[in-house]
Write a protein that binds this ligand. Sequence first.
Ligand code: NDP
Length: 232
Amino acid sequence: MPVAIVSGANRGLGLEMVQQLLQRGWRVIAACRDTGQGLRLTGLAGAHPGHLHVMPLDVTSERSIAAFVGEAGLVADRLDLLVNNAGLLVGGERFGAVEAKNLAASFAVNASGPLLLTQACAALLANAAAARVANISSVMGSIARAEVFRSPSYAMSKAALNMATRLLAAELAPRGIRVASFHPGWVQTDMGGPNATLDVEGAVSALLERILRLDAEGSGRFFGSEDEELPW
Ligand code: NDP
């Protein structure tokens, strides 16, 4: 049975990803900052005994990452999929009032966290035949597509995540691990808001299809919600 880790699994895209992976017969390690907040996850764990493990993880803390990966290694000896899904969007940023603390927090969650978590999971990933790392990025992190001054902390940190994708793809290729950035589309979550064009179930279903199709040739690339390749 294939094994996946999903970060930010207590709500939004992460929670739906956990549900759909379980439906597909995967074993899932669901990582969330506060396991007490993951009530729906707790319910799911009851419905999928032995298949869902809910573990605490704050992707901005090296200590939390080390403890999490140690615990994950106790329940699984290999990892087929790591979904770096946890993300932070600071709303309402305007030029003239951008704050260092928002830039730092966004880089910590959106860029450093995925790199550090992937680094810590590398040995488990290498134990799988053809492991995949999906970095959930955003078209807002595309430098080529940036035309207005909007959400700089988010946009800059997702651009940095895309660089992490390239670096990790190069480093992990010899161990057979594929790494890519994926834009999920504009999705109705707390982050995407109610006016987003895609519902969570459909968006995650399509996203998961793309992730599970990722081959060696697609490693190091950035894919959009229509399976198109996005410009960096
Ligand atoms: P939500 O805001 O609904 O959920 C964000 C998740 O990230 C929560 O589970 C949150 O946990 C978690 N998280 C935040 N900070 C940390 C941290 N330090 N450590 C661990 N977990 C953390 O977002 P979405 O579900 O919409 O987004 C998921 C991913 O998809 C993100 O990376 C986002 O950037 C990306 N994306 C989303 C789009 C959309 O339209 N929704 C569009 C493009 C990209 P907690 O509950 O504890 O805060």
